[in-house]
Design a protein around this ligand. Sequence first.
Ligand code: NAD
Length: 498
Amino acid sequence: MSKISKVTHWIDGALYQSASDRFGDVHESATGEKCAEVVMATTEDVDVAVKSAHAAFPAWSRTPVLRRARVMFRLKELIERDKDEIAALITKEHGKVLHDAAGSVQRGLEVVEFACGIPHLIRGDYSNQVGSGVDTYSMRQALGVCVGITPFNFPAMVPLWMFPLAIACGNTFILKASEKDPSCSLKWAELLKEAGLPDGVFNVIQGDKVAVNALLNDERVAAVSFVGSTPVAQHVYSTAAANGKRVQALGGAKNHLVIMPDADMEQASDALLGAAYGSAGERCMAISAAVTVGDAAEPLLAKLLPKIAKLKVGPGTNNDNDMGPLITAEHRDKVRSYIDLGEQEGAKLLVDGRSHDIVTSPGYFLGPTLFDHVTSDMRVYREEIFGPVLTLTRTKTFDEAVQLINDHEFGNGTAIFTRDGDSAREFAAEIQVGMVGVNVPIPVPLAFHSFGGWKRSIFGDMAIYGMEGVRFYTRLKTVTSRWPTGIRAGADFSMPVM
Ligand code: NAD
């Protein structure tokens, strides 16, 4: 029997066989071997999925909120039951190390736990007697068919940022996962069915821009959540918004970590190591730019360089490894070309991932890379590389470091390492970035807060999950009601006048 699995759509509670003749190959990134074939949706496939989600909406949105919450409670148990299997699937297709994959499932699961509280989260407000005999109350109602378009780097966590809340709020949902590691998407469909979700409430479409564009242009789609690169986020945002849809589109990043001269260099170097090279740098909250202030660079490098030398790079199936491969050969080559570029631009290459022993392995590996003396005009500083490449920029003062970050086009995450409360407080207040860490390198907010960057790291007004997520997936209705004198006063035989 072939080891190559066929990944297809999930529509109306079952696998859906498409007539499409376009397929994509999925590779095990640690070996380079083809492990799956994913169908690329046609516009007809998208139409069938939207029809299903559209038809399921009236009944699901009227399902009592407690029953919708119970589906989330069951989903939580099922994800807990299958978490090792899900983590193994992520490691197989994406490549990240098992313990890291398991951590990402846990962070996604926390959004399901948050969604279990939907009866409380979605409650409206009530004001009694706002006028004589007049009361006002508000409620949040579901939007309709919601779409989620997700990137390759978190095949579990990012879809879980979206569909649990969308569904708990009473919407139906279509997931268009990354075609590079699509198998998790079907796992969500199976678990939701087992959790008792009615058919048609959750559908999965596999594919590429053909599927995305069909979804963005379908008038039955009410809202779009997108997470991916900035150029595609911008396209998704402008198309969906022009078509009158609600849209949140989260894009790329260049996250800075500022090291003040008073920082604990042991802690700062540990933090940099994990944040720059964990998941091979393929995290939207990865730290890709270290910024030292004053004379912090030398003591930091004295701690950091030996730690980089000891990093264990290898297949993600070995939990002893710190860093796995990149997602595809093409992406590995792109990251490698940035290392070439950094040298040409005059940055000082302190650690060269191109010459790491691991690169001779058959998978899509690259070793950790560190550039020193990187300046703000270099492309290796300005552009998102999305690989295990860390740049170090030396600044003289705190103000110079803050200005450097504020001038960057991206504003997803950032962090400062210091022992000084005043520097930390000023940094949090002045920095033009959506998520800020103080002695915390990757400040991803927990599920009961919300996730979102600033500047060209997000298009649209609302962040994802948490209360922002509840607001994104619902719209507000406010009712003002007055009950004129009725049966209590008995019949009235005179002409009614105001
Ligand atoms: P990508 O933009 O290439 O793909 C994201 C999704 O868009 C995929 O489902 C893909 O099929 C689809 N897509 C790709 N090209 C398209 C096109 N031309 N038209 C319509 N749809 C298209 O992103 P990726 O490479 O999968 O993921 C990496 C990127 O995602 C990085 O830039 C990373 O920073 C970003 N990211 C951001 C966040 C965040 O929260 N801000 C989180 C994770 C990843």
